[in-house]
Design a protein around this ligand. Structure first.
Ligand SMILES: [Cu+2]
Length: 231
């Protein structure tokens, strides 16, 4: 018993040292705070199913279009959480979307103005067609031999992504001026290294629209904020 206690004490001590060592490094990364957003939706999930009769060997025979994905505890997935006022602290100026199984994977990505990399791992013809107002619209075939295509999205905007070959294919690219993250299956998104002070947090969802909330970010701390999206 004493041996076990000793081992536990040593472990706790080691962990304590690790945390202590970890702290100065975390603070040195700009002295920012973390925003943890919890996005909920009190409604039913919205999933459309469609019979597919084209390229079935790659696409399957049924397309599932998940417009509103609600997970455990009413958490809303695929929502984009961003801090538009914290310009210049975002890290991803490049995002990647794969066309796989005649679906855009992931369904939603967030990036700062920069490059969107489009992969085609299906070995069939796809056609990228974007709908946007601030950025020029992209409408380009991506034949099966073209495995990667890179396009510029230089203005902040929520860009809709479709494919003219497969009408059901739908994706979204959130081009945000500040740092951003997409909510997971539980409706949670975390943004790190946000400058301390008052910040506005924006949440956007493809069918449920937009909401904002003001928060106070403190250096080295996590600020929690919750949203409830309405129909
Ligand atoms: Cu396609």
């Amino acid at each position: 018993m004493r041996k076990v206690l000793g081992a536990v004490t040593a472990l706790v001590f080691a962990l304590g040292v690790a945390t202590f060592i970890g702290l100065p490094g975390a603070t040195a990364q700009g002295g920012g705070g973390t925003i943890e957003a919890d996005v909920k939706y009190n409604g039913a999930p919205q999933v459309e199913k469609l019979k597919v009769n084209k390229d079935t060997e790659k696409c399957g025979t049924e397309a599932v279009i998940e417009k509103v994905v609600v997970g455990g505890n009413k958490g809303l997935a695929n929502a984009v959480v961003s801090v538009p006022g914290a310009k210049g602290v975002g890290k991803a100026t490049k995002a990647t979307i794969d066309q796989h199984g005649c679906k855009f994977v992931p369904h939603v990505v967030a990036m700062n103005p920069g490059d969107l990399e489009l992969k085609n791992s299906d070995d069939i013809l796809h056609n990228i067609h974007t709908y946007s107002t601030a950025n020029p619209s992209i409408n380009k075939a991506q034949p099966k031999f073209k495995k990667v295509m890179t396009e510029k999205l230089e203005k902040p905007e929520y860009v809709k992504l479709t494919c003219d070959v497969h009408s059901w294919m739908l994706g979204w690219v959130a081009v945000t001026p500040g740092p951003a993250a997409v909510t997971d299956a539980n409706g949670v998104a975390k943004i790190e290294n946000v400058p301390p002070g008052k910040q506005t947090v924006e949440v956007w969802h493809e069918t449920l629209g937009k909401q904002t909330k003001d928060v106070e970010v403190k250096a080295g701390q996590t600020t929690k904020v919750s949203f409830e999206m309405k129909k």
